[in-house]
Design a protein around this ligand. Structure first.
Ligand code: PLP
Length: 363
């Protein structure tokens, strides 16, 4: 058997006619920048997420930049996040001249441990960025309470969690600002780079709309130092098609996850994903923990089963962050999870036979 990790080709086949027509339409209209399809997408994103404002942008990394720029994060500020995430979460903090301050993760959800946040708050702290890792929102009740008490802003890095919920609310509508990514391999992917920011605050929404267009207030008048952060019309047109089917995709991902869990729950050598009762996950990844990861990855590879590691090195140990002065042992849970974590093939189309085959090979 030869199994595909994200199965993007199969997905294209499914929606081929509609997506190819949408692309062709943009090509023929030549409205490549900020065409109608972009506004159409933003309206649909607002409907889907129930966030009052959706602002599309160039990718999930720029979404984080837009969010922090809108909140005036600047040199000298401190922003709290976890070291167990994709580099973009902390890279963007540093890029703006602020200091990423790491807090270890919860052992079960792999999201930021809210009980360890307060000890890291200083007069310089401006914001907390919880990451909804693998698709599941963090413990937002506790995080919001801490933020309120210390007058901090909350930005959710929802690059992996579009469509997830916490207490029934989508994670796009849960914080001051929420971000997402439409990178092809994310749960809702476009055909290149794409992203969005969400907020319920009109002023923040307007500011982010301006920031993504070089900070302009009107054509060639610039109120802020901004960026070229627009989403292409072409990508919007593709997302307009894919968003229609996304609720179905999300349900299928959840189904695949529960089948994996059922097939693996008796294997004592594997730690399964934990989903909190308050949340639903977008299942960007189905990630398990094993002691003999390298060996197992090799064995699975030979059996035609692709796996991936998200992420093999926590951010406090990355070369680019040496200047922050962290050392091995500072975030023990992030470190051990980085050594043991392994993602199995996850997409809406994993078949029962594939799940059975994968789980058999997991020994
Ligand atoms: C993918 C990802 C990003 C960045 O998104 P891009 O669209 O690739 O720029 C940021 N944060 C997390 C947690 C991610 O997984």
């Amino acid at each position: 058997m030869k199994i595909d990790f994200a199965n993007l080709q199969y997905q294209h086949e499914l929606y081929k006619e509609e997506i190819e027509n949408a692309i062709l339409q943009v090509a023929r209209n030549c409205n490549f920048i900020m065409g109608n399809e972009v506004q159409e997408l933003e309206k649909s994103l607002e409907e889907f997420t129930s966030a009052k404002y959706a602002v599309s942008c160039s990718n999930g990394t720029d979404a984080l930049l837009l969010a922090m720029m809108a909140l005036d994060i600047k040199p000298g500020d401190e922003v709290i996040t976890t070291p167990f995430t994709f580099i973009a979460t902390a890279e963007t903090i540093a890029f703006l001249g602020a200091t990423p301050v790491f807090v270890d993760i919860d052992e079960k959800t792999y999201n930021i441990d809210p009980n360890k946040i307060e000890e890291k708050i200083t007069p310089k702290t401006k914001a907390i960025i919880p990451v909804s890792i693998y698709g599941q929102p963090a413990d937002m009740d506790k995080i919001s309470e801490i933020a309120k008490k210390h007058n901090l802003k909350v930005i959710i890095d929802g690059a992996q969690s579009f469509g997830s919920t916490y207490n029934g609310i989508t994670d796009s509508a849960l914080a001051d600002i929420s971000t997402t990514s439409f990178f092809p391999a994310k749960p809702l992917g476009c055909y290149g780079d794409g992203g969005a920011v969400f907020t319920n605050d009109e002023n923040l929404a307007n500011k982010m709309k301006s920031l993504r267009l070089h900070g302009q207030s009107k054509r060639y008048h610039h109120k802020y130092i901004g960026m070229g952060g627009r989403l292409d019309t072409m990508q919007s047109a593709i997302l307009n098609v894919k968003l229609k089917y996304y609720p179905k995709d999300l349900a299928k991902r959840a189904e695949v996850a529960s089948k994996y869990t059922k097939a693996l729950e008796n294997k004592s050598n594997i730690v399964l994903p934990y989903v909190d009762k308050k949340t639903t996950s977008a299942w960007a990844q189905y990630s398990i923990r094993v002691k003999n990861r390298d060996e197992l990855q090799e064995k699975l590879k030979l059996a035609g089963i692709p796996t991936a590691v998200h992420y093999p090195m926590p951010l406090h140990l990355q070369e680019c962050f040496i200047y922050l002065g962290y050392k091995k042992g500072d975030f023990p849970i992030s470190e051990i999870v980085s050594e043991e974590i392994m993602s199995l093939p996850m997409n809406p189309y994993v078949t029962d036979e594939e799940i059975e085959y994968i789980c058999e090979n997991l020994g």
